[in-house]
Design a protein around this ligand. Structure first.
Ligand code: KIV
Length: 265
Protein backbone atom coordinates (compact mmCIF):
# COMPACT_ATOMS: atom_id res chain seq x y z
CA UNK A 1 0.00 0.00 0.00
CA UNK A 2 1.26 3.49 -0.82
CA UNK A 3 2.73 5.34 2.15
CA UNK A 4 1.14 8.46 3.55
CA UNK A 5 1.49 10.77 6.53
CA UNK A 6 -0.69 8.22 8.38
CA UNK A 7 2.06 5.61 7.82
CA UNK A 8 4.48 7.98 9.54
CA UNK A 9 2.28 8.59 12.59
CA UNK A 10 1.45 4.87 12.88
CA UNK A 11 5.16 3.99 12.73
CA UNK A 12 5.83 6.29 15.69
CA UNK A 13 3.01 4.71 17.72
CA UNK A 14 4.15 1.18 16.91
CA UNK A 15 7.87 1.88 17.31
CA UNK A 16 8.64 0.91 13.69
CA UNK A 17 11.69 2.75 12.29
CA UNK A 18 11.17 4.86 9.17
CA UNK A 19 13.73 4.83 6.32
CA UNK A 20 13.88 7.83 3.99
CA UNK A 21 16.21 8.87 1.19
CA UNK A 22 16.53 11.83 -1.13
CA UNK A 23 16.08 11.61 -4.92
CA UNK A 24 16.22 14.28 -7.59
CA UNK A 25 15.31 12.63 -10.92
CA UNK A 26 13.01 10.01 -12.48
CA UNK A 27 15.44 7.09 -12.84
CA UNK A 28 16.76 7.47 -9.29
CA UNK A 29 13.24 7.85 -7.93
CA UNK A 30 12.26 4.52 -9.50
CA UNK A 31 15.30 2.79 -7.99
CA UNK A 32 14.72 4.25 -4.54
CA UNK A 33 10.96 3.67 -4.62
CA UNK A 34 11.46 0.01 -5.56
CA UNK A 35 13.37 -0.60 -2.29
CA UNK A 36 10.47 -0.07 0.12
CA UNK A 37 11.61 3.30 1.53
CA UNK A 38 8.92 5.11 3.51
CA UNK A 39 9.60 8.57 2.17
CA UNK A 40 11.48 10.26 -0.65
CA UNK A 41 12.59 13.83 -0.12
CA UNK A 42 13.42 16.03 -3.06
CA UNK A 43 15.81 18.02 -0.91
CA UNK A 44 17.22 21.41 -1.73
CA UNK A 45 20.52 19.53 -1.27
CA UNK A 46 20.05 19.07 -5.03
CA UNK A 47 21.73 22.49 -5.27
CA UNK A 48 24.95 20.89 -4.06
CA UNK A 49 24.85 17.30 -5.34
CA UNK A 50 23.12 17.93 -8.71
CA UNK A 51 23.82 21.57 -9.55
CA UNK A 52 27.28 21.98 -8.03
CA UNK A 53 26.58 25.00 -5.77
CA UNK A 54 28.62 25.31 -2.56
CA UNK A 55 25.46 25.45 -0.44
CA UNK A 56 21.65 25.29 -0.83
CA UNK A 57 20.98 29.03 -0.89
CA UNK A 58 20.89 29.55 -4.70
CA UNK A 59 18.18 26.88 -5.20
CA UNK A 60 14.93 28.36 -6.58
CA UNK A 61 11.27 27.30 -6.61
CA UNK A 62 11.68 26.61 -10.34
CA UNK A 63 14.57 24.19 -9.58
CA UNK A 64 12.51 22.45 -6.90
CA UNK A 65 9.39 22.09 -9.04
CA UNK A 66 11.40 20.82 -12.02
CA UNK A 67 13.09 18.08 -9.95
CA UNK A 68 10.06 17.22 -7.78
CA UNK A 69 7.91 16.67 -10.88
CA UNK A 70 10.55 14.36 -12.38
CA UNK A 71 10.78 12.35 -9.15
CA UNK A 72 6.98 12.18 -8.85
CA UNK A 73 6.81 10.35 -12.20
CA UNK A 74 8.95 7.57 -10.73
CA UNK A 75 7.30 7.23 -7.29
CA UNK A 76 4.46 4.80 -6.70
CA UNK A 77 4.84 3.76 -3.06
CA UNK A 78 6.78 6.24 -0.97
CA UNK A 79 5.52 9.48 0.54
CA UNK A 80 6.94 12.25 -1.66
CA UNK A 81 8.14 15.35 0.18
CA UNK A 82 9.21 18.50 -1.63
CA UNK A 83 11.67 20.85 0.08
CA UNK A 84 10.84 24.55 0.27
CA UNK A 85 13.93 26.46 -0.91
CA UNK A 86 15.51 29.53 0.70
CA UNK A 87 13.24 32.61 0.46
CA UNK A 88 10.17 30.63 -0.64
CA UNK A 89 8.51 30.80 2.82
CA UNK A 90 10.48 33.36 4.88
CA UNK A 91 9.09 36.44 3.11
CA UNK A 92 5.36 36.21 3.96
CA UNK A 93 2.57 33.82 4.89
CA UNK A 94 1.02 34.13 1.45
CA UNK A 95 4.36 33.32 -0.25
CA UNK A 96 4.72 30.29 2.03
CA UNK A 97 1.24 28.94 1.24
CA UNK A 98 1.50 29.72 -2.48
CA UNK A 99 4.91 28.07 -2.84
CA UNK A 100 3.92 25.01 -0.79
CA UNK A 101 0.86 24.76 -3.04
CA UNK A 102 3.08 24.92 -6.14
CA UNK A 103 5.17 21.99 -4.90
CA UNK A 104 1.96 19.98 -4.54
CA UNK A 105 0.10 21.15 -7.67
CA UNK A 106 3.00 21.51 -10.11
CA UNK A 107 5.59 19.23 -8.46
CA UNK A 108 3.09 16.53 -7.43
CA UNK A 109 4.56 16.30 -3.91
CA UNK A 110 2.41 14.83 -1.13
CA UNK A 111 3.96 17.03 1.55
CA UNK A 112 6.49 19.84 1.96
CA UNK A 113 9.44 20.41 4.30
CA UNK A 114 10.71 23.70 5.62
CA UNK A 115 13.53 24.67 7.97
CA UNK A 116 13.31 26.34 11.38
CA UNK A 117 11.44 26.37 14.68
CA UNK A 118 9.76 29.28 16.46
CA UNK A 119 10.48 31.67 13.60
CA UNK A 120 8.43 29.67 11.05
CA UNK A 121 5.48 28.53 13.20
CA UNK A 122 3.05 30.91 11.49
CA UNK A 123 4.09 29.59 8.09
CA UNK A 124 3.70 25.97 9.24
CA UNK A 125 0.20 26.71 10.60
CA UNK A 126 -0.86 28.49 7.41
CA UNK A 127 0.38 25.68 5.14
CA UNK A 128 -1.22 22.97 7.30
CA UNK A 129 -4.47 24.99 7.24
CA UNK A 130 -4.26 24.87 3.43
CA UNK A 131 -4.39 21.05 3.80
CA UNK A 132 -0.74 20.49 2.90
CA UNK A 133 1.18 18.20 5.28
CA UNK A 134 4.37 19.82 6.61
CA UNK A 135 7.61 18.20 7.77
CA UNK A 136 9.73 20.36 10.10
CA UNK A 137 13.54 20.55 10.11
CA UNK A 138 15.65 21.51 13.15
CA UNK A 139 19.32 21.54 14.10
CA UNK A 140 21.86 22.17 11.35
CA UNK A 141 19.40 23.76 8.96
CA UNK A 142 21.57 24.38 5.87
CA UNK A 143 19.65 27.49 4.79
CA UNK A 144 21.04 29.17 7.96
CA UNK A 145 24.65 28.36 7.04
CA UNK A 146 25.68 32.03 7.10
CA UNK A 147 24.18 32.52 10.57
CA UNK A 148 25.86 29.37 11.90
CA UNK A 149 29.20 30.34 10.31
CA UNK A 150 29.45 27.03 8.44
CA UNK A 151 28.00 23.53 8.49
CA UNK A 152 28.39 22.91 12.25
CA UNK A 153 26.77 20.53 14.73
CA UNK A 154 24.02 22.41 16.64
CA UNK A 155 22.72 22.02 20.21
CA UNK A 156 25.98 21.23 21.99
CA UNK A 157 25.48 24.09 24.42
CA UNK A 158 22.61 23.98 26.91
CA UNK A 159 20.81 27.13 25.76
CA UNK A 160 20.69 26.02 22.13
CA UNK A 161 19.69 22.48 23.21
CA UNK A 162 16.81 23.88 25.30
CA UNK A 163 15.78 26.09 22.37
CA UNK A 164 15.74 23.09 20.00
CA UNK A 165 13.60 21.05 22.43
CA UNK A 166 11.17 23.96 22.70
CA UNK A 167 11.16 24.41 18.90
CA UNK A 168 10.33 20.72 18.45
CA UNK A 169 7.36 20.94 20.84
CA UNK A 170 6.12 24.09 19.12
CA UNK A 171 6.46 22.56 15.65
CA UNK A 172 4.41 19.58 16.83
CA UNK A 173 1.80 21.97 18.22
CA UNK A 174 1.75 23.86 14.88
CA UNK A 175 0.80 20.61 13.13
CA UNK A 176 3.88 19.07 11.50
CA UNK A 177 3.48 15.34 10.75
CA UNK A 178 7.22 14.66 11.27
CA UNK A 179 10.45 16.57 11.74
CA UNK A 180 14.02 16.15 10.53
CA UNK A 181 16.71 16.52 13.19
CA UNK A 182 20.00 17.28 11.47
CA UNK A 183 23.46 17.12 13.08
CA UNK A 184 22.59 17.45 16.75
CA UNK A 185 23.99 15.37 19.65
CA UNK A 186 22.44 11.91 19.99
CA UNK A 187 21.23 12.51 23.59
CA UNK A 188 19.39 15.69 22.58
CA UNK A 189 17.78 13.96 19.56
CA UNK A 190 16.62 11.15 21.85
CA UNK A 191 15.12 13.65 24.32
CA UNK A 192 13.28 15.43 21.51
CA UNK A 193 12.06 12.09 20.14
CA UNK A 194 10.64 11.18 23.55
CA UNK A 195 9.06 14.61 23.97
CA UNK A 196 7.00 14.71 20.74
CA UNK A 197 4.25 12.44 19.38
CA UNK A 198 5.28 12.88 15.73
CA UNK A 199 8.21 10.94 14.26
CA UNK A 200 11.69 12.43 14.30
CA UNK A 201 13.81 11.65 11.25
CA UNK A 202 17.51 11.88 12.02
CA UNK A 203 20.50 12.72 9.86
CA UNK A 204 23.61 12.93 12.00
CA UNK A 205 21.37 12.77 15.10
CA UNK A 206 22.08 9.24 16.32
CA UNK A 207 20.07 6.08 16.77
CA UNK A 208 17.39 7.44 19.12
CA UNK A 209 15.32 9.00 16.34
CA UNK A 210 12.16 7.38 14.95
CA UNK A 211 13.70 7.16 11.48
CA UNK A 212 16.69 8.12 9.38
CA UNK A 213 17.30 9.99 6.15
CA UNK A 214 20.44 10.21 4.02
CA UNK A 215 21.29 12.03 0.83
CA UNK A 216 21.30 9.48 -2.03
CA UNK A 217 24.59 10.73 -3.48
CA UNK A 218 26.29 10.54 -0.07
CA UNK A 219 25.22 7.01 0.87
CA UNK A 220 26.27 5.66 -2.53
CA UNK A 221 29.60 7.47 -2.76
CA UNK A 222 28.51 9.62 -5.72
CA UNK A 223 29.49 12.98 -4.22
CA UNK A 224 33.08 13.40 -3.14
CA UNK A 225 33.21 17.16 -2.39
CA UNK A 226 32.45 16.52 1.31
CA UNK A 227 32.08 13.32 3.34
CA UNK A 228 30.60 14.29 6.69
CA UNK A 229 31.05 12.03 9.76
CA UNK A 230 27.36 11.07 9.86
CA UNK A 231 27.38 9.59 6.35
CA UNK A 232 27.77 5.84 5.91
CA UNK A 233 28.60 4.79 2.37
CA UNK A 234 26.50 1.66 1.78
CA UNK A 235 27.87 0.99 -1.71
CA UNK A 236 30.78 2.63 -3.56
CA UNK A 237 28.63 3.23 -6.64
CA UNK A 238 30.77 6.18 -7.71
CA UNK A 239 33.79 3.89 -8.13
CA UNK A 240 31.68 1.31 -9.99
CA UNK A 241 30.45 4.00 -12.39
CA UNK A 242 34.01 5.23 -13.02
CA UNK A 243 35.10 1.65 -13.69
CA UNK A 244 32.32 1.27 -16.30
CA UNK A 245 33.14 4.59 -17.96
CA UNK A 246 36.89 3.80 -18.13
CA UNK A 247 36.05 0.44 -19.70
CA UNK A 248 33.82 2.15 -22.29
CA UNK A 249 36.57 4.66 -23.17
CA UNK A 250 39.12 1.84 -23.52
CA UNK A 251 36.82 -0.26 -25.71
CA UNK A 252 36.04 2.67 -28.01
CA UNK A 253 39.75 3.45 -28.35
CA UNK A 254 40.70 -0.17 -29.17
CA UNK A 255 37.67 -0.64 -31.49
CA UNK A 256 36.19 -3.38 -29.29
CA UNK A 257 32.93 -1.41 -28.96
CA UNK A 258 30.58 -1.37 -30.82
CA UNK A 259 30.60 -5.06 -31.74
CA UNK A 260 28.49 -6.74 -34.39
CA UNK A 261 25.74 -7.34 -31.79
CA UNK A 262 25.37 -3.59 -31.24
CA UNK A 263 25.29 -2.76 -34.95
CA UNK A 264 22.55 -2.86 -37.61
CA UNK A 265 22.91 -4.64 -40.92
O1 KIV B 1 17.95 18.95 1.46
C1 KIV B 1 18.05 17.84 1.99
O2 KIV B 1 18.45 16.84 1.37
C2 KIV B 1 17.66 17.72 3.39
C3 KIV B 1 17.98 16.45 4.08
C4 KIV B 1 19.42 16.37 4.37
C5 KIV B 1 17.17 16.26 5.31
O3 KIV B 1 17.15 18.64 3.94
Amino acid sequence: MAKSVITFLKAKKEGTKLALLTAYDYATAKLVDSCDVDGILVGDSLGMVCLGYENTLPVTMEDMIHHTRAVARGVKNALLIGDMPFMSYQTSLSDAVRNAGRLVQEGRAHAVKLEGGARVLRQVRAIVKAQIPVMGHLGLTPQSVNVFGGFKVQGRNQDVAAQLLDDARRLEDAGVFAMVLECIPEELATRITEAVAVPTIGIGAGAGCDGQILVYHDMLGLYSDVRPKHVKVFAEAGQLIQQGIREYVAQVRNSEFPGKEHSFS
